[in-house]
Ligand binder design. Structure first.
Ligand SMILES: Cc1cc2nc3c(=O)[nH]c(=O)nc-3n(C[C@H](O)[C@H](O)[C@H](O)COP(=O)(O)OP(=O)(O)OC[C@H]3O[C@@H](n4cnc5c(N)ncnc54)[C@H](O)[C@@H]3O)c2cc1C
Length: 447
């Protein structure tokens, strides 16, 4: 039965995109390492082919899984089909359709990587600020689908702030555009924003118009080390009180500084590091003063390359790690950091955290051995306790990675029944057959 379904879906897909772009029985995993098998993976070459694939799949009750650069942290691309299914990878839908540097805008297809957009902008004296850490692999479609953030989101905002138009294929197979190369548009409901962050559950994004902005005069990251969490959080508060809006306001706490030692400073004995990036000379002077005597400016390339690699280095320390992305109100940041450590201790797991201090967004991390079932059980308990903590502190279970497969059902407790009902009504309206990325992001627990 499974084989016949796979062959039918594959044969239909091959008629649309050609045999060379269809694969059978493909293992799909994201940056969490969790994966699953998709009976058919297809790589269309244009938005028109995506439309044809979706129209065929929707008409034949075939479940649809959009695949970007596979760098997500919530299991969003892990196949959990409950019937015939097709994974649609956007990597070949990757043209730059228009680039107007003098008007600070670019239109790219979903499969263009984040790094490509950043490079094109930089070469023309501009920046595209959203900077999730795996930019060489992550795609603009995936950035939109997860509404990705990154260190520079503190000053510049997350991906949605930089999107003026979204082109997408929605049910039952229509290619639509919401917005375009226009900087203001309040004519209709804001469906552009609705698709952003929808994690592939409302349709497939095929292209986007993005805003760019002139590059700042300088990018001077300042790093400072502290001996305790209290001193470090005080420094974050001092930076905020300095009346400068740093481009980034990041922190790293505890053992991550040992597992991923910074190449630009001696971090031994350091319990907490703050990184604030200045964009003018005045900002640099104000931030150096706010962060105290140990603060120093470092080479941005060296510092940010190291910062991007922290997650991977920590993962290697014990075999595996779970990094969550809870966000809390700023006045609860210290408590969230300290109680992450308490949760680790209570469950016998090494814990550490880093993240976007200025946004109150923590990557609370627990290290574990994936081959030890007892540690895996304790890890699951720790994750539940962390989500409880986020809710208790008035925060959210996800500040940037989305719910995906791993956190589905976690909105219960955070939202009222009526709020969850509105969420479900939108899903039913745009995806009446429930075929787009099934089993993901659903607000109620599927169990
Ligand atoms: C080292 C590292 C650091 C990271 N740092 C950050 C960070 O600082 N901030 C942050 O927010 N994230 C971060 N991430 C997570 C990740 O990079 C982002 O979420 C990224 O934007 C995902 O893009 P992707 O193309 O890889 O999407 P994928 O992982 O392929 O997909 C993610 C989700 O989006 C859906 N999707 C993908 N493409 C489309 C499309 N075209 N249309 C509709 N749905 C689609 C998928 O179905 C899935 O549900 C990091 C990841 C790594 C590995």
């Amino acid at each position: 039965m499974q084989v016949t379904e796979a062959l039918d879906v594959a044969a239909a897909a091959a008629r649309i995109v050609g045999d060379a772009h269809v694969e059978r029985d493909v293992w799909l995993a994201d940056a969490t390492g969790r994966g699953g098998s998709a009976p058919v993976l297809v790589r269309p070459g244009s938005a028109a082919e995506v439309r044809e694939l979706v129209a065929w799949a929707y008409g034949n009750d075939v479940q649809i899984l959009p695949i970007g650069g596979a760098t997500g942290f919530s299991g969003g691309i892990v196949p959990v089909f409950t019937g015939p299914g097709i994974a649609i990878a956007l990597s070949r839908v990757n043209r730059v359709r228009a680039f107007d540097p003098l008007l600070w805008r670019i239109e790219v297809e979903a499969g263009v990587t984040t790094a490509t957009v950043q490079r094109l902008a930089r070469e023309n004296g501009l920046i595209f600020p959203p900077d999730p850490g795996a930019a060489e692999d992550s795609q603009i479609g995936g950035n939109l689908a997860t509404n990705a953030g990154g260190p520079h989101a503190f000053k510049y905002g997350v991906t949605s702030h930089w999107v003026t138009g979204v082109e997408a294929v929605i049910a039952p197979g229509e290619l639509v555009s919401f917005g375009g190369p226009i900087r203001k548009d309040v004519a209709g409901y804001d469906l552009r924003s609705l698709l952003i962050g929808s994690e592939g559950t409302l349709g497939i994004i095929t292209a986007a118009w993005l805003r760019l902005t002139p590059a700042p005069a300088q990018a001077s990251p300042i790093a400072a080390g502290y001996g305790s969490i209290t001193e470090g959080v005080d420094a974050v508060n001092a930076a905020l009180a300095s009346n400068v809006v740093p481009a980034t306001l990041e922190y790293l706490q505890g053992s991550c500084l040992r597992h991923a030692p910074p190449p630009f400073t001696d971090a031994s004995g350091m319990e907490f590091m703050v990184i604030a990036e200045a964009e003018t000379g005045d900002e640099r002077d104000a931030l150096l003063e706010a962060l105290g005597p140990g603060a120093a400016v470092h080479d941005p390339r060296t510092l940010w390359r190291w910062r991007s690699g922290v997650s991977i280095a920590v993962r290697g320390a014990k075999g595996e790690k779970l990094s969550e992305d809870i966000a809390v109100p700023l006045d609860r940041l210290q408590e969230a950091i300290e109680r992450t450590l308490e949760i680790g201790e209570r469950n016998g797991l090494e814990a550490t955290s880093w993240g976007h201090a200025g946004d109150g967004n923590l990557h609370s991390t627990f290290l574990y051995d994936p081959n030890d079932p007892e540690q895996v059980r304790r890890l699951e308990r720790a994750a539940e306790q962390l989500f409880e903590l986020a809710r208790e502190l008035g925060g959210t279970v996800s500040g940037e990675h989305g719910l995906g497969l791993l956190k589905r059902g976690q909105l219960q407790g955070q939202w009222s029944d009526a709020a969850i009902g509105a969420h479900e009504a939108i899903k039913r309206a745009l995806d009446p057959k429930g075929l787009f990325n099934p089993g993901k992001k659903v607000p109620r627990s599927p169990d």
